[in-house]
Design a protein around this ligand. Structure first.
Ligand SMILES: Cc1ncc(COP(=O)(O)O)c(C=O)c1O
Length: 396
């Protein structure tokens, strides 16, 4: 049973689903059934059809709701399915304000899809509250935040944005993928919906694509439940189980990865060839104090800027430990190139405007030994230096 006096770390293991009520099984049973036998059509059973509700998915949904301090959780087939379904709360002629360096897929959904349904948008620097206040229109219904943002790790003051949103009768959605509820719980700061690509830290093993949404009250729960069932982009029972299993180790994975990320960020900041390191754990990061107030740690993702694309090509050829891939938040470190991966769906001029230049790399630190990781990065940087700067003209 959930004991509210327990810490988050303990709640990950000791919760409603610690042991199956019927059998005592200490792993949530996977109910593959698509449909459920009904004994009386006047009194439908708790479950009828798995799109509308499935016991394994529900175990994940109640677990994440509890961890995010929310009213109810919903599990979707991907982070984008969770985000898109939540946007379906909007109607034609509504307007949404969005963090300008939002995840590329969210940008695409808002910019290329919602617009066709008459849902308008404005991208703003969410760290600038005056800009946010000025951009709110009479038809603004949602303010959409990513904090830290992807990939520049900018910090938005959740409480301040929520205050502006409430004063203007808007909802606040927060993509909490980078932090997870282990480090940040936006509903506790007044946000209305928390969204996750559970593909990342929550599941944590690069073996499942999943999305989660958690809402703050019953009214939103009813609306999102209706949309989840109407759209039908639900998470399968087996994938729900994989996410539940991943969640059990979330705290210790994030703790170790965050410790290594701290060391890596500080080591990279000393490298002359690196123009900038973006990491909210630096005391000089402009959002550091806001982040410290609303989150329990800087997390395990950081970005750094090399001089240009050629230097990036060189670095990625020589670095050996991280997988070079789309995604983040896994047991293995993942190096990615936002301009060609997470933000490829953003036009190049928009990317540049947002600081997502051709020299920018993002690293999500995994569970490798930190000394090994640092050495690997230093070797790759040394390989660039061997060919001397300026890097333009380097032959890989
Ligand atoms: C911050 C953030 N939000 C949402 C998504 C989309 O999630 P998914 O890939 O699970 O659909 C991603 C994916 O990279 C992401 O990084």
């Amino acid at each position: 049973m959930t004991d509210h006096s327990h810490t988050f770390q303990t709640k990950l293991l000791h919760n409603k689903h610690k042991a199956d009520e019927e059998t005592g099984a200490v792993s949530v049973p996977i109910h593959h059934a698509s449909t459920f036998h009904q004994t009386d059509f006047d009194q439908p059973g708790r479950y009828d059809y798995s799109r509308s509700g499935n016991p394994t998915r529900e175990a994940l949904e109640t677990t994440i709701a509890n961890l995010e301090s929310g009213f109810r959780g919903f599990a979707f087939a991907s982070g984008m399915a969770a985000i898109s379904t939540s946007f379906m709360l909007l109607s034609q002629r509504d307007h949404v304000l969005v963090s300008e360096d939002v995840y590329g897929g969210t940008y695409r959904m808002i910019h290329d899809v919602l617009i066709r349904f008459g849902i308008e948008h404005t991208f703003v620097d969410m760290t600038n509250l005056e800009e946010v206040a000025t951009a709110i229109q009479p038809n603004t219904k949602v303010i959409y935040i990513e904090t830290p943002s992807n990939p520049l790790l900018k910090i938005t003051d959740i409480q301040a944005v929520v205050k502006l949103a409430k004063a203007n009768e808007c909802l606040t959605f927060v993509d909490n993928t980078f932090m997870t509820p282990a480090l940040q719980r936006p509903l506790e700061f007044g946000a209305d919906i928390v969204l996750h690509s559970a593909t990342k830290f929550i599941a944590g093993h690069s073996d499942v694509v999943a999305g989660l949404a958690v809402v703050r009250n019953e009214q939103l729960a009813e609306k999102l439940s209706f949309l989840q069932n109407s759209f039908g982009s639900i998470l399968s029972p087996h994938d729900s189980w994989l996410v539940l299993r991943g969640l059990k180790t979330l705290h210790c994975r994030l703790e170790q990865s965050s410790r290594s990320a701290f060391r890596l960020a500080h080591a990279l900041a000393k490298e002359p060839i690196i123009e900038e390191v973006y990491y909210p754990g630096f005391s000089f990061h402009p959002g550091h104090s806001t982040h410290l107030y609303q989150a329990a740690g800087p997390g395990a993702v950081l970005s750094f800027r090399l001089p240009d694309e050629n230097a990036v090509r060189f670095f990625t050829k020589h670095v050996q430990l991280p997988v070079y891939a789309v995604s983040l938040g896994a047991v293995e470190s993942i190096l990615s190139y936002p301009a060609k991966m997470s933000h490829a769906s953003m036009p190049s001029e928009e990317r540049k405007k947002r600081g997502i230049t051709d020299g920018l790399l993002r690293i999500s630190v995994g569970l490798e030994n930190a000394d090994d990781l640092l050495q690997d990065f230093q070797n790759a940087l040394a390989a660039i230096k061997r060919y001397d700067t300026p890097t333009r003209g380097l032959q890989v």
